[in-house]
Design a binder for this molecule. Structure first.
Ligand SMILES: Nc1nc2c(ncn2[C@@H]2O[C@H](COP(=O)(O)OP(=O)(O)OP(=O)(O)O)[C@@H](O)[C@H]2O)c(=O)[nH]1
Ligand SMILES: [Mg+2]
Length: 558
């Protein structure tokens, strides 16, 4: 059977129809297009306004009636998207201890009963499959957990500070840029002081006067620090939760949906109330300690994965229309290049638990039912994108961050095979260049410090000096090469007349590619080409698009 007849009979019956209904539909569409004056198809501002004036159709350039899949250019909603940000997190400070003495009807001058301060709030992080972007976190830039409340009289401890949970998309890598840990300094100081006392240099057993650590009774004059007797400062305490913090420096790869949040920084401990300082020498301690200071940490959050499927295509190929036809997205659609300037993420729901699911699929990694997958409509690539033409690098960065790639080619815009080759050329060259850049960096700065997630690296040298400076740039994230990703082709605008031959030659090309008789269009010998599909669709009519979900599910599990 020839390719053309194969396509006609099995692959695209809705596109090149022979049933009565489909034939009628196709004839009507083709007729509509033929009847349009040519300038209506080639948009410019004059023709558009003429078009509006005659009132036949609202402002759609292709002359088709407006619908959700063929909206006027001003009918869209912009969803913010960000795939990288820095955020300064500050664990909560501890509350102060309390200076208080029991006073009762019968006891005029009772014992010390000041409560301890509450501990500060913790910072947690949780990857959630409902999140697609980091913009909500980036908006804050500083995230402060709540401070612990101060202790009170009658031995009442202070309340704990409020915890903070950073909710991020699945596929986020969290890396520490720098940290400021006041507790580490306190601990070093305490050990130094203890050693001095032991050596007998200051053998009176009294601590140094540290107004920043001690708290006197309310209304005490400043001179009380000089005249009062202070015991040695208690050893600085860390919260028992600190044992659950990731090893420094924090390197966490959140590639699974998390049911429970994970601790990043524990809050600081509260200060001691005055009963802690009762001794033989000091019966009525008029001092308590201040709460410890919470740790500050600069975190870099970066999405290693922006979506399960990335739509890669030339400008105006019909990517946003395709996204709309598969999801509830309100992405902007326009008949000019670069309508889309930042990725739009949409979710394809396979099972909404309202009845029979659209498709039964299991995630091979987790063994769980797959109920949805996400799609990123990536801005169009132009020739020379790998040389950073247009907004080349920024757009290609997103291509690297999709699990499966769909190359969207417009069947109505010249040779589809040439378009596919041009796209692969840009992507392949980008990969080569980023590899070269990485090698160059390695030559200049020695081995790049990207270690597997969660391995501990020393933060301080033996003298307590920070090894990682706040200005240090983190190395680029190690991502899997683009050419190793499973991919397929979506041939759009197949409703337009005379696109059949183009599709057939595209199909022939990908078949020969899959069986290894042709070299991979990226020029890379080991590029993925196990089973390349070419799916013909008419996104504007939502025809043929169901097949895309089937192919994506198949490729996601490869
Ligand atoms: N006839 C027909 N027209 C389509 C189809 N899909 C998209 N179009 C039209 O093609 C034009 C471009 O569509 P978009 O979805 O904005 O294309 P895009 O690839 O997102 O473009 P950029 O964001 O600029 O890269 C619009 O005028 C759409 O109406 C289709 O299946 N059939
Ligand atoms: Mg677009």
């Amino acid at each position: 059977m020839s390719f053309a007849s194969h396509a006609r009979t099995s692959l695209a019956p809705f596109l090149y129809p022979f049933s009565t209904y489909e034939l009628k539909l196709a004839t009507r569409l083709a007729k509509q297009l033929r009847n349009q004056p040519l300038q209506l198809r080639c948009w410019n501002s004059t023709t558009s306004s003429t078009h509006l004036d005659d009132g036949a159709h609202p402002a759609t350039a292709n002359g088709l009636p407006t619908s959700r899949l063929n909206p006027p250019p001003d009918s869209y909603s912009l969803t913010p998207f960000l795939d990288r940000c820095n955020v300064l997190v500050h664990a909560g400070n501890g509350g102060h201890g309390c200076v208080s003495f029991l006073r009762d009807k019968l006891i005029a001058n009772g014992p010390a009963n000041g409560g301890d301060g509450g501990s500060g709030g913790n910072i947690y992080i949780q990857a959630h499959k409902g999140e697609t972007s980091l913009h909500k976190i980036a908006r804050k830039s500083n995230v402060n957990a709540g401070r612990g409340r101060n202790g009170q009289g009658r031995n009442k401890g202070g309340e704990r500070g409020e915890d903070i949970i950073l909710t991020v998309p699945v596929g986020t890598v969290v890396r520490e840029v720098w940290r400021d840990d006041p507790m580490a300094e306190e601990e070093r100081r305490w050990h130094r002081e203890k050693k001095t006392m032991k050596d007998g240099a200051d053998g009176n057993g009294r601590g140094t006067l540290r107004p920043d650590r001690w708290l006197l009774y309310p209304g005490a004059p400043a001179s009380a620090f000089a005249t009062g007797e202070f015991p040695m400062l208690p050893k600085p305490r860390r919260s028992h939760l600190a044992a659950m913090e990731p090893q420094p420096p924090v390197r966490v790869d959140l590639d699974q949906h998390m049911e429970r949040p994970m601790l990043i920084v524990a809050g600081a401990m509260g200060g001691f109330g005055n009963p802690h300082f009762v001794s033989q020498d000091i019966w009525k301690p008029k001092m308590a300690t201040r709460g410890e200071q919470g740790m500050k940490m600069m975190l870099q959050l970066e999405l290693k994965l922006i979506a399960d499927l990335g739509l890669v295509g030339l400008p105006n190929a019909g990517k946003s229309t395709l996204l709309r036809s598969l999801t509830n997205s309100q992405a902007r659609i326009g008949h000019w290049a670069f309508t889309t300037l930042q990725p739009n993420i949409g979710t394809v729901v396979l099972d909404d638990y309202k009845g029979r699911s659209k498709m039964l699929a299991t995630d091979r990694k987790t063994g769980e039912r797959r109920t949805r997958f996400t799609i990123a409509d990536i801005p169009g690539l132009i020739e020379g994108a790998h040389l950073d033409k247009g907004l080349g690098f920024q757009f290609l960065r997103h291509v690297e961050r999709a699990a499966v790639l769909a190359f969207v080619v417009d069947l109505n815009a010249g040779d589809a095979v040439a378009a596919l080759k041009a796209l692969w050329n840009e992507v392949g060259e980008y990969e080569t260049r980023s590899g070269e850049q990485l090698n160059l960096d390695t030559e200049q700065h020695g081995t790049l410090e990207w270690k597997p997630i969660n391995t501990a690296m020393p933060m301080y040298d033996e003298h307590g000096n920070a090894l990682i400076s706040p200005e240090a740039e983190l190395p680029p994230l190690a991502l899997s090469p683009v050419t190793s990703k499973p991919w397929f082709v979506i041939a759009t605008k197949a409703d337009l007349p005379d696109t059949q031959e183009n599709y057939v030659s595209l199909m022939r090309y990908v078949e020969e590619l899959s069986d290894g008789s042709l070299p991979h269009p990226s020029g890379k010998a080991n590029a993925w080409r196990r089973k390349v599909h070419a799916v013909p669709v008419s996104a504007i009519n939502a025809e043929g698009v169901e097949r895309i979900s089937e192919v994506v599910i198949e490729l996601l599990d490869m």
